[in-house]
Each structure stands twice: as structure tokens, then as C-alpha cells.
Design a binder for this molecule. Structure first.
Ligand code: 5GP
Ligand code: MN
Length: 322
């Protein structure tokens, strides 16, 4: 990969748009804000940052996240010289933001999903990287861009959240090496930990307890799943960010080999979040045009939640070794 093309493209662009994915997580937001800070530091340019959903409260501490704007606040006729997606496995993950991406004169896709297609002019996809944050770090290092504390906090958060606090199988020696450099550059692990993992509202904890208490267990408890209905979200006044971490709690049960949560969407249809210990979750979700990683994937199914759960279960039962 010739990274100098990225450097020159960013250098020559007069206006740049950075785009994070819908229902954002720490990786897409941390990577976007890190790139915002890095471009400001190295090129003295301010980018626009686009959100497709509200920022979950736990990520409001990310340096410069307050500069990101919701898609509704963008001028639809605007044409950017350069649009960059971060952690966006497929263009449908940026919903109506796709118009801005398609119109941009040049596009870059920075990602680490194994299912990502080369949908941009320049595609920097590293499925071996723990996170998009690690890919951004690699770009910065290769191009000798300057690091600062704000970039370090954003990248550390991206890596921390996508590795499940350095627990998942995407955690490699290089992940710790990069994390160490980020700590040296100003990321404070206990402070970031508190912001991300000890900032849930009472609402979120009680809502998740309610949803988990309705879980169903099949095949000697190897399969665990629950359905989250619109009415539950309304009753608890829970937003989409209240879903974060719920599927992992079902996977954490010792007998679970595959877990999923089906959320009834406001717009109709169902959003599936899947976690597994052995089976390829991305492959199962790909059947429904979704994707992700081997052990963490998702998809959207145009069906009521019970029907969506039934379709997913049919696919899971096709796997010989769960
Ligand atoms: P989560 O369950 O946390 O929403 O997503 C888990 C993983 O699957 C993430 O890496 C996410 O990018 C991916 N993912 C979730 N939903 C979708 C989807 O609808 N399409 C694709 N391609 N990937 C998804
Ligand atoms: Mn990611």
C-alpha cells in the first residue's frame, strides 16, 4: 500500500468530510476524531465530521467529538473534495450519508472488517488490525504525522473498545505496543476506562437487565438470544446506545457458544447483533447482507423481530460445530 497517496490527497483537498457509521461505537468515533485531530495537527486544516446517529453519552468525552455534526445539519448540496469513511464495512452503514460520499471528488475507506468491499477510490483495509483505530495509527506512523494527547486518547479508546478491553482474539502483541505508545503520548488508561465502562446511566443498566431476563436458551444452552421490542425501549426511555454490550453479556454465559440480540427497529424491520465463541458470525450475518468480524457481526432483516430470530436460528442450526 502506497500511503503517500493518502498524504497527498489530504494535503491537496480544500475541504474534507470524515464519516462515522450509524449506531456508532468507540472505534468509529475514536478513529474519526483522531483523524480530525491528526489532520489539524499535520496539515493545519479543519475537517467536517458527520454522525448518522446520536453520540452515546459514554463517548462524549472524546476530544473534539463536540465538533461532529448530525447529518441533518449538513447542507445537502455540498460537494466535498474528499470524503473519508472510518470503520464503515459497507456503504449502507452510513445511511443517507452515502449521498455525500458518492458526490465527493475523491474517497478513502479506512477499515479493518474482513467483509469490507473496496467501495472507495483508496481503500486501506487491514483485517489483521484490532480496530480501525489501529489502522489510523499505522497510517500516521508510516507517514510520520505528529502525535498529540488528543489523538492518543481517541485512538486508545478506539482500540480499547474494539478489543473488548484487550480481551478479544484481535488483541495481538502489536496492539499492546501501540497502546503503550498512546499512553506515553498522553492517553490515561484508568480515566478512559472510567469514561467508557463506568458511565452507564441507571436507565441503561435496568433496561439491559430487563431485556436479558427475557432471554431464551436453546440446544443445551449453546444458543442464547433475546428480543428487544420498541415498547421496552419506550418504557425505559432507552436510546440505541442502551444496546451496547448486551450481546456480550449473553456470550459471557459459560454454556453459550453463540448469542444474538434482535432489536425491533423504529422504522420497522429488525437489527441483529451477534457474538460467537467458535462459529463465524460474519458468515451467518452475510446471509442477510450484513457482516462484521468472525466473533462479532450484525445485520438488518426486513421482518418482524420474531421472524428475524427464526431466520437467524435456522442459519445457526445449519452449523455442524457450533
Ligand atoms: P454490533 O453488534 O456491535 O452492532 O456490531 C458488531 C460488528 O458487526 C461490528 O464490527 C459492526 O461493524 C458489524 N455490523 C453490525 N451490523 C452490521 C450490518 O448491518 N452490516 C455490516 N456489514 N456489518 C455490521
Ligand atoms: Mn471497528
Amino acid at each position: 500500500m502506497d500511503y503517500s497517496e493518502i498524504h497527498n490527497t489530504i494535503k491537496s483537498a480544500k475541504n474534507i468530510l470524515l464519516i462515522s457509521h450509524v449506531n456508532p461505537d468507540g472505534d468509529t468515533l475514536g478513529s474519526m476524531c483522531a483523524l480530525y485531530c491528526a489532520i489539524e495537527e499535520t496539515f493545519k486544516k479543519k475537517c467536517d465530521m458527520m454522525l448518522l446517529s446520536k453520540v452515546p453519552a459514554v463517548y462524549e468525552f472524546l476530544p473534539n467529538i463536540d465538533k461532529a455534526k448530525n447529518i441533518e445539519d449538513f447542507d445537502k448540496s455540498r460537494v466535498y473534495d474528499l470524503a473519508i469513511t472510518l470503520d464503515v464495512a459497507a456503504l449502507d452503514r452510513i445511511c443517507s450519508g452515502e449521498i455525500f460520499f458518492e458526490k465527493a471528488l475523491k474517497t478513502i475507506n479506512i477499515d479493518h472488517h474482513q467483509t469490507t468491499k473496496n467501495y472507495a477510490d483508496i481503500n486501506i483495509i487491514d483485517p489483521d488490525a484490532s480496530s480501525t483505530g489501529e489502522v489510523v495509527y499505522g497510517i500516521m506512523k508510516t507517514l510520520d504525522w505528529k502525535m498529540n494527547a488528543d489523538i492518543a486518547v481517541n485512538l486508545y479508546t478506539a482500540i480499547l473498545t474494539d478489543t473488548g478491553s484487550f480481551r478479544f482474539d484481535n488483541t495481538k502483541p502489536s496492539t499492546f505496543e501501540i497502546a503503550a505508545e498512546l499512553v506515553r503520548a498522553g492517553a490515561n488508561p484508568p480515566e478512559i476506562y472510567k469514561n467508557v465502562y463506568e458511565s452507564d446511566s441507571r436507565t441503561i443498566v435496568l433496561f439491559q437487565a430487563h431485556c436479558i431476563s427475557k432471554s431464551k436458551f436453546l440446544e443445551d444452552d449453546k444458543i442464547a438470544y433475546t428480543i428487544v421490542y420498541k415498547k421496552d425501549m419506550e418504557k425505559f426511555n432507552a436510546g440505541d446506545d442502551a444496546m451496547e454490550g448486551m450481546t456480550e453479556k449473553l456470550r459471557a454465559i459459560v454454556t453459550t457458544r453463540i448469542a444474538f440480540v434482535v432489536k425491533e427497529m423504529k422504522s420497522g424491520g429488525s437489527k441483529v447483533s451477534m457474538r460467537s465463541k467458535f462459529a463465524d458470525a460474519a458468515q451467518i450475518c452475510a446471509v442477510f447482507s450484513g457482516g462484521g468480524h468472525k466473533f462479532a457481526a450484525g445485520c438488518t432483516i426486513k421482518a418482524a423481530p420474531e421472524q428475524a430470530a427464526k431466520l437467524i436460528l435456522e442459519e445457526i442450526k445449519k452449523i455442524k460445530e457450533l
